[in-house]
Design a protein around this ligand. Structure first.
Ligand code: NAG
Ligand code: NAG
Ligand code: NAG
Ligand code: NAG
Ligand code: NAG
Ligand code: NAG
Length: 607
């Protein structure tokens, strides 16, 4: 019935390449690139059934299954009219993903009105070598977590990072970033720190502006990636440092009455033009705010975010608030939760696939069609601005050239080295002298093969070694809960008694360099005392670590802590969840970070 769509697309493409003024009058208005966007949106809306409109209000999940797209997404596209998807799984092969996205867009073009797909992504540019649970795109250039960019205090680097990530995303068809994450890390126990920009509202605001502009460009167009700023109104103040993905962490609290501090980055994001905004799962407890999750909270989304703060973009709920994490509305039906989310001001529901609920709400007179239209209009307009209606396809060969190219990869690699943050360095212990390369090394957290590739000798026990290198992960309570609970950590931020004793034996025996990957802040005074040097990192390769330890090619640490490191778990527990820089007598303060500068001219090349 609507087979003219594919031909229409071809005609539009030809018209663009041949002459911008050729006659497109044979096309329906919404397909006609000669018309202005508002006119095209009006035309499209007038052709859409309620079911088709409802489908636009869902942002679901998809991934590659055996390098192709699965039957499930076909049902969602043609059966439920859903056209927004987060690509989960990581871009590990640019060609495969680019070809897959083109097939998916062709399928969408041939379905119904032919509305193009918007593909989004969670962050994929961090560094990890844990391929078993990694969600990172191994084909992309590899950086640190955003925290590493905060450690370098560089707005220019934030812009460069976002522009490079944008180029890589766009080349394979990813047009929306489900980031930046601008929650303030005022609660050190919270397990989602790595994706934030630290504890300070001003530093976070300065950097997020560059991230948003780098992703979106000055104006949204065919080369833009939509920025989704999260998590309104700041997800940092988690009660007891738990996380609201989980039933044991529903609550957010403000014992210091510090709500306003957490809003500072969001005001900056609105001024920078962020197109989308995501409220967090948490429900606020003990404030004047209603004790329902932020996505259901009309005061916060409509009155505060939209009316007072002036946000005119799209509000996307966090994933699964209707069928799974409906904190504060656990007893309500899915239909009622849906009504509350839309009434609160959400335009699109993340991680859900139930447009039939919206259809039911409208048919029962519980939701007006005007309200549906106002969200769908914004969502369609965004697709037009991104140029997806005029060309949803990517150039596969270009994607292969762009993704992970030498230049992008080099800047990412450099950032991994520079962001290393040196907290202690006894008597200028580092960088190790050139001769040290002939020594014997005991290593943890570095594959023997990485050492051997550099001609370094690895031994089995500390007793046989001259130096020890320990690359640790920040302390956490082991869990059997599985899923997200294994990556969003909780429990003590100190190592347990057994682990402290085990490490102490090593420090006693030989000079040791420790590097802790901070999934969240760690309280490690015993390591600061006993190790010869202590680094922290925010995701970096063992090669980055070794280059810095030996000062290879002049590499040295440049990071400064983007948060305070507490002295103990007790100090973290005694501090207020919502107040920055308030743990008692922190071990290291925001901004601490040593350099090698004094040794310049000595055993390694200066930069
Ligand atoms: C993927 O391919 C393998 C090998 O052909 C097959 O065994 C498996 O069932 C496929 N998986 C899915 C989800 O289709
Ligand atoms: C905020 O940060 C910017 C850039 O990092 C700095 O120049 C400015 O002085 C800071 N302002 C305050 C109030 O701390
Ligand atoms: C959250 O706060 C409510 C109300 O104060 C309380 O009953 C509940 O135990 C708290 N914790 C969780 C995990 O819900
Ligand atoms: C970046 O580092 C990785 C190892 O982590 C290496 O494989 C890659 O070649 C490096 N890229 C460049 C351009 O040096
Ligand atoms: C930490 O997470 C586990 C699941 O991994 C959960 O059972 C527990 O309630 C959480 N809180 C504490 C303090 O252990
Ligand atoms: C102590 O920490 C170590 C290493 O983090 C862990 O393997 C071990 O299970 C922990 N022991 C207890 C009793 O929690």
């Amino acid at each position: 019935m609507r087979s003219f769509i594919s031909l229409g697309f071809l005609a539009a493409a030809t018209a663009r390449t041949v002459s911008p003024h050729s006659d497109d009058s044979g096309l329906p208005a919404y397909r006609n690139p000669q018309l202005c966007i508002d006119e095209r949106v009006d035309d499209l809306l007038s052709r859409m059934s309620l079911e088709e409109k409802a489908g636009q209000m869902f942002h679901s999940r998809t991934s590659l299954v055996n390098n192709t797209f699965d039957g499930k997404i076909k049902d969602l596209v043609s059966g439920k009219h859903i056209t927004h998807y987060v690509f989960s799984g990581g871009v590990n092969d640019a060609r495969v993903v680019a070809e897959w996205q083109n097939e998916l867009q062709q399928y969408a073009l041939d379905s119904g009105l032919g509305i193009p797909i918007t593909l989004s992504s969670d962050p994929q540019h961090g560094w990890t070598d844990d391929t078993a649970v990694s969600n990172l795109g191994s084909a992309f250039s590899r950086w640190t977590e955003p925290m590493g960019i905060a450690a370098l205090r560089s707005p220019e680097l934030a812009r460069t990072f976002a522009e490079i990530a944008r180029e890589e995303y766009v080349s394979v068809g990813i047009r929306q970033a489900l980031h930046p994450q601008v929650d303030l890390l005022t609660e050190p126990r919270w397990g989602r720190s790595g994706g934030t920009l630290g504890e300070d509202a001003n530093l976070t605001s300065t950097l997020l502006v560059e991230l948003i502009k780098g992703f979106q460009g000055e104006k949204i167009g065919p080369h833009s990636v939509i920025a989704t700023t999260k998590h309104f109104p700041g997800g940092g103040p988690m009660e007891n440092g738990e996380d609201s993905h989980f039933p044991w962490g529903k609550n957010q609290t403000y014992p210091g009455n510090n709500q306003a501090y957490h809003l500072i980055p969001f005001a900056a994001a609105i001024a920078a033009g962020t197109r989308q905004m995501m409220p967090y799962y948490s429900r606020p407890i003990g404030t004047e705010w209603e004790e329902v999750a932020f996505g259901f909270n009309k005061y916060l989304i409509t009155d505060l975010l939209k009316k007072q703060m002036g946000f005119e973009g799209i509000v996307v709920s966090d994933w699964g608030i209707i069928t799974d994490r409906a904190w504060g509305l656990e007893e309500a039906t899915e239909l009622e939760r849906m009504r509350r989310a839309i009434e609160a001001g959400c335009d699109i529901l993340g991680g859900e696939t139930k447009p039939e609920l919206i259809v039911e709400l409208v048919n029962e007179g519980l939701l007006s069609i005007e309200r549906v239209d106002s969200s769908v209009r914004k969502l369609l307009k965004e697709k037009y601005e991104l140029g997806l209606f005029d060309n949803p396809f990517v150039d596969v060969e270009a994607a292969v050239r762009v993704v992970g190219n030498q230049y992008f990869s080099r800047i990412g690699n450099e950032t991994q080295r520079r962001a290393l943050t040196l907290l202690t360095n006894d008597d200028d212990f580092l960088p190790l002298p050139y001769e040290a390369r002939e020594s014997k090394f005991y290593v943890e957290g570095i594959a023997d093969s990485v050492m051997e590739r550099r001609g370094l000798t690895v031994v089995e026990t500390p007793e046989e070694a001259d130096y020890a290198f320990l690359r640790l992960v920040s302390p956490f309570k082991p869990t059997t809960a599985g899923g997200l609970a294994s990556s969003i950590n909780n429990g003590s931020i100190e190592y347990n008694v057994t682990e402290k004793a085990r490490q102490a034996e090593i420090y006693k025996q030989l000079p040791t360099v420790v590097d802790i990957t901070l999934n969240r802040p760690a309280a490690v005074p015993e390591i600061a005392d006993a190790a010869s040097a202590l680094f922290v990192n925010y995701g970096s390769s063992p090669d980055a670590f070794l280059d810095v330890v030996f000062g290879i090619d002049g590499w040295g640490p440049e990071g400064k802590l983007p948060f305070d490191l507490p002295r103990s778990m007790a100090a973290a527990e005694a501090s207020f969840e919502d107040v920055p820089f308030d743990t008692e007598d922190p071990l290291f303060k925001f901004g601490h970070g040593l350099r090698y500068a004094e040794k310049c001219g000595g055993k390694y090349k200066c930069r």
